[in-house]
Design a protein around this ligand. Structure first.
Ligand code: SAM
Length: 382
């Protein structure tokens, strides 16, 4: 597909399905440096040249963090003691602009990326995010999705849908208000997240995925009520094992409730049977209720690592590229973009990083590796 960008009288014009925009507004969405027209690619139609890492895994998914900020302080992700008022979040000028993200997506797509997940931090706190969605939705062959804590979804669901967002995942760890409030640690009520989910369904998203992180001794008793609630509503509830991401969440193996145990817990009350994966490398193991009412999933990054099939790269809000959620180091793409690198140069760096990739952290996790100074999930994007 041709690039949606055109150059007119020194401006970058973006053509979407609905409108044509001057990109200045996008480029300046975060008070970024002056608009720099992109240099046209000198690559001779790499036409979706796929890359393989050293373990033969293709590059298929790109998770893009659009901010390292979040309005929640989930105790297992952004504990208040670390992410308090003195914490140094990224400055606006450090964030990739929408124009920069758009350009990277175009080049990643040429390398075989088929799925883009917008995340954070909390992506909906990034101003005018729907404009970025609209820019990326131009490529109708991209599976464009977003993960949110749902707190702002009631207000934003319709605009996101109209902008072309195709799918949405909402995180919710309990239906029990005191438990949820103690987990998000900002006193945010369950009801408002449920209203956000309802608004997303009304805006045409579906099936909506709902992610629940289960932590031993904290919210296991919410597992069956959550399953019961979402079962009949047509949403897909997915249970995530508490992971040792970052270096600040005090992770211990004994906090992990293995998916196996959750399957038994649910099956006792609401009988379930396993389903075949939709595709190779699908993160969640799929199950369905025996009575035919709905599907659920289990993401067992700790007890059943899926590194072998991992096709995901992650871009931080400031343009560092990581090839593993548990990485300690990334590769800077922002410097390249702001240094007027050509598309060829950006493309070559993507190839270099991906073809050298050998990560398989979850397969080799030990109590020792868990102590490494890994990059925080709120920074790299979940
Ligand atoms: N703010 C958005 C949200 O809440 O969905 C997007 C970012 S958040 C980091 C993405 C997902 O990562 C959420 O579903 C969150 O629950 C999950 N997560 C964060 N820390 C985790 C951990 N230590 N173990 C497992 N999942 C975690």
């Amino acid at each position: 597909m041709a690039s949606p960008l055109r150059y007119l009288h020194g401006y970058i014009m973006l053509e979407t399905a609905h409108k044509t925009y001057t990109l200045e507004g996008f480029m300046n969405d975060n008070s970024m440096a002056p608009v720099q027209p992109e240099r046209p690619s000198t690559i001779l139609a790499p036409s979706r040249q796929t890359l393989s890492d050293v373990r033969g895994r293709p590059l298929r998914d790109l998770r893009i963090s659009v901010t390292d900020r979040c309005n929640f302080r989930c105790t297992y992700c952004m504990p208040k003691e670390v992410f308090g008022k003195d914490f140094q979040f990224l400055e606006r000028s450090q964030l990739l602009s929408f124009g920069e993200i758009h350009r990277l997506v175009r080049i990643f797509r040429d390398h075989g990326v088929e799925k883009i997940r917008i995340t954070g931090g909390e992506p909906l706190v990034r101003r005018k995010l729907e404009r970025l969605i609209e820019m990326l939705a131009y490529w109708d062959d991209l599976d464009l999705t977003l993960t949110t804590n749902g707190s702002l979804l009631k207000q934003k669901a319709r605009d996101l849908r109209n902008a072309g967002l195709r799918r949405i995942t909402v995180s919710l760890d309990s239906l029990d208000d005191p438990v949820f409030k103690s987990m998000n640690d900002v006193d945010f009520p369950v009801e408002m997240v449920l209203e956000g989910i309802d608004a997303a369904a009304a805006a045409g998203f579906g099936p909506i995925k709902v992610n629940m992180v289960v932590k031993r001794g904290v919210n296991e008793h919410s597992v069956v009520p959550m399953a019961r609630y979402f079962k009949d509503r047509g949403h897909i509830l997915r249970f995530i094992e508490f992971m040792d991401v970052g270096a600040t969440n005090g992770w211990k193996m004994e906090h992990v409730v293995p998916s196996r145990e959750l399957v038994q817990m649910i099956n006792r009350e609401l009988p379930i049977v396993p389903l075949d994966p939709n595709y190779r490398g699908e993160v969640a193991e799929r199950w369905r209720y025996k009575d035919g009412a709905g599907e659920l999933g289990f993401i067992s990054s700790v007890t059943h690592a899926f590194c072998r099939d991992c096709t995901r790269a992650r871009l931080s809000a400031e343009g560092q590229l990581y090839t593993c959620l548990f990485a300690t180091q990334g590769t800077d793409f922002r410097a390249l973009l702001r240094g007027e690198a050509s598309d060829d140069e950006v493309s070559q760096l993507i190839s270099k990083v991906w073809t050298a990739r050998s990560d398989r952290y979850s397969e080799i996790r030990t109590a020792e590796t868990a102590k490494l100074r890994k990059v925080e999930m709120s920074y790299i994007g979940g």
